[in-house]
Write a new protein. Structure first.
Length: 603
């Protein structure tokens, strides 16, 4: 980096940090003001301006807040009290944020359920949140029914159809019931005492180990996430955000939507991502920003040329996980003025932002901001799966260019807003993410579970995930979760789950080494996986072994299996491919292996 580039970068980061600090300060200064209060003020100012475009509908700021108020009164009517949980299983639509915002105003906590989940996986997420009610999109009724028998407590189901009117004559129960409640602002005197330290929603993350965890998004975090990105992206009332990411994640539901609603901007909400209409939509709706995950960018770069791909009005693409081999093509082909790559987690306290568009970087920590951000990279022994400590028992900072675990100091006293860690619904899950006595006795740091390296200028670069979790299609896949589901199928003696690389694809696809007994049904296993696992976590490859290999301490061996992958020239065991086009399990030979590697299948 040359002298002028260095100066430019320092100024860019300084301005960005000042904007963030300024925009976050009012949250801590007003502990009894929640997100609903702030968005009510914005709605009062922008009234009849369109807040959200969805399919053939336009929803104004006033209509959005009115619906959220009806939901608040409904929540009171069914007995929702402070910290009671209401689950939400619904596709992207304006009614989605209105639902959880309304419940939050009543003091309830909404569990934002992944719409890909079914069976035991979905039931687990409902169980750990202790949800007493669920708002259910009729399109997802089959998902819920597949999970019902595994739900531990009685749960009241409320069908809410975004496609139907809020009308007392409507046949959909919640639609008709909401019509009976006032849309007027619910006064604070009628609401429970809620502060920024109380939970607002649960967002699920698989983390680095085990089944999905319910990350506790407090009323502080529900404001700080979208407000922080409002500052980083410098959004204003003239911006239009194109949203294709699911709203049950913080990316689509808080960062993308919130950064618009904070300033009177407009959100273009899509039910799901489609590469074929992406650029046409951007032109049609005059989008100025869109939020991505790396896989989305890969889809776009591999899609056929669109007449509108350079006719857009986009000023920025903001997101995370943009792979180096896609980055340049994406940048050159679509000519978006700024790509703002960032790093973070819904529950985490280690945000990084690539404000100067440095290739491959997930963000930068300038030398003058190190103590402000309280981030560090510590030496990590991957084979031993633990941090490396010195003779005094403290962690050791990784050298320049050396991969180590990214950690961030936990400060919950309000002095450093970005360093809060509110944890999960489960206290044990929270404790597993905390590293103690890192640089001094008694300190506590958040474990990101990611291996990261940095250069001399402070630019950070993602290396890999720690542990058994791997990423596929922009989602974390827990080997423990998949193994539990696969192992429960008849005649499976043991399942060893791991991720393997496929050329031209982001992340790693799910592969399972199986030890089975007589009577094992291959096709039945695929049906079992489809019933209980989201599509991104279902096994794409199977390897049949006479006996699952173990280490000396009886842990399953994975490293060698990952290296061998699904290459029939490296593996003597029978290998199978779950062909997404035929729906059949096909034995892998050299010809099929070559087709998979040459991207002949839509995986």
């Amino acid at each position: 980096m040359g002298f002028l580039s260095t100066i430019k970068s320092e100024i860019t980061y300084l301005k960005g940090f000042i904007r963030i600090k300024k925009i976050l300060k009012p949250i801590s200064d007003n502990p009894s003001t929640i997100l609903a209060d702030r968005w009510e003020l914005v709605a009062d100012k922008f009234g009849d301006k369109v807040a959200m475009f969805f399919q053939d509908r336009e929803v104004t700021y006033r209509q959005f807040i009115d619906l959220s108020n009806r939901i608040t009164r409904w929540a009171f009517d069914i007995g929702v009290k402070k910290n009671d949980c209401v689950a939400l299983l619904m596709h992207n639509c304006p009614e989605y944020p209105a639902s959880w915002l309304g419940v939050s105003r009543a003091g309830g906590v909404t569990a934002l359920l992944n719409t890909s989940l079914t069976g035991m996986g979905l039931a687990h997420c409902i169980n750990i949140a202790n949800a007493q009610h669920i708002i259910l999109d009729p399109e997802l009724a089959s998902n819920f029914e597949s999970a019902r028998e595994f739900i531990e407590k009685d749960i009241r189901v409320w069908i809410f159809d975004p496609e139907s009117p809020i009308d007392s004559t409507c046949e959909i129960e919640l639609n008709s019931k909401l019509a009976n409640f006032s849309a007027n602002i619910v006064p604070k005197s009628e609401r429970p005492n809620i502060t920024i330290d109380d939970p607002c929603v649960y967002i699920y993350t698989s983390g680095t180990t085990g089944l999905p965890k319910a990350a506790k998004i407090t009323h502080f975090r529900s404001q700080s996430i979208p407000r922080g990105f409002t500052g980083i992206m410098n959004t204003n009332q003239h911006d239009r955000m194109y949203i294709t990411l699911p709203m049950f994640h913080s990316n689509g539901g808080f960062i993308a939507l919130g950064s618009m609603l904070n300033v009177g901007g407009q959100a273009i909400i899509k039910k799901r991502f489609s590469a074929s209409i992406f650029w046409d939509d951007c032109v049609k709706y005059e989008a100025t920003i869109f939020l991505y995950i790396g896989e989305l960018c890969r889809f776009l770069t591999h899609a056929p040329k669109s007449n509108n791909e350079r006719k857009h009005s986009l000023r920025m693409a903001c997101g995370n996980g943009l792979r180096p081999d896609v980055w340049r093509d994406f940048e050159e082909r679509f000519k978006i003025p700024q790509i703002l790559e960032w790093y973070g987690a819904s529950e985490g306290n280690a945000p990084l932002f690539n404000l100067d568009n440095t290739f491959e970087s997930i963000g930068r920590v300038p030398f003058w901001a190190k103590k402000l951000l309280n981030l560090n990279i510590v030496k990590y022994d991957v084979k031993a799966d633990t941090e490396i400590r010195n003779d005094q028992g403290f962690c050791i900072e990784a050298d320049i260019g050396e991969a180590g675990e990214l950690v961030s100091k936990i400060i919950n006293d309000g002095s450093s807003p970005t360093n809060r860690f509110d944890g999960y619904a489960n206290k044990q899950a929270s404790e597993k993410k905390i590293l103690h006595d890192v640089f001094e006795k008694g300190d506590a740091w958040f474990r990101t579970g990611d291996l990261v390296r940095k250069d001399a200028a402070g630019h950070h670069y993602f290396v890999d995930r720690i542990g058994d979790t791997f990423r596929w299609k922009g989602e974390n896949v827990s080997t423990n979760e998949v193994s539990e589901i696969i192992s429960s199928y008849p005649n499976v003696l043991e399942a060893n789950v791991y991720g393997v690389y496929i050329p031209n694809h982001d992340g790693r696809a799910c592969m399972v080494a199986l030890e089975v007994e007589e009577g094992f049904d291959f096709k039945g296993l695929l049906e079992h996986a489809a019933l209980h696992l989201p599509i991104y976590a279902r096994p794409l490859f199977l390897r049949i072994q006479e006996e699952i290999e173990k280490t000396g301490t009886f842990k399953q061996r994975k490293v060698e299996l990952v290296e061998q992958g699904f290459d029939p020239e490296k593996v003597e065991d029978p290998l199978y491919f779950s062909n997404p086009e035929s729906g059949e399990l096909e034995k892998i030979d050299f010809e099929l292996y070559t087709k998979i590697c040459r991207d002949k299948f839509r995986i």
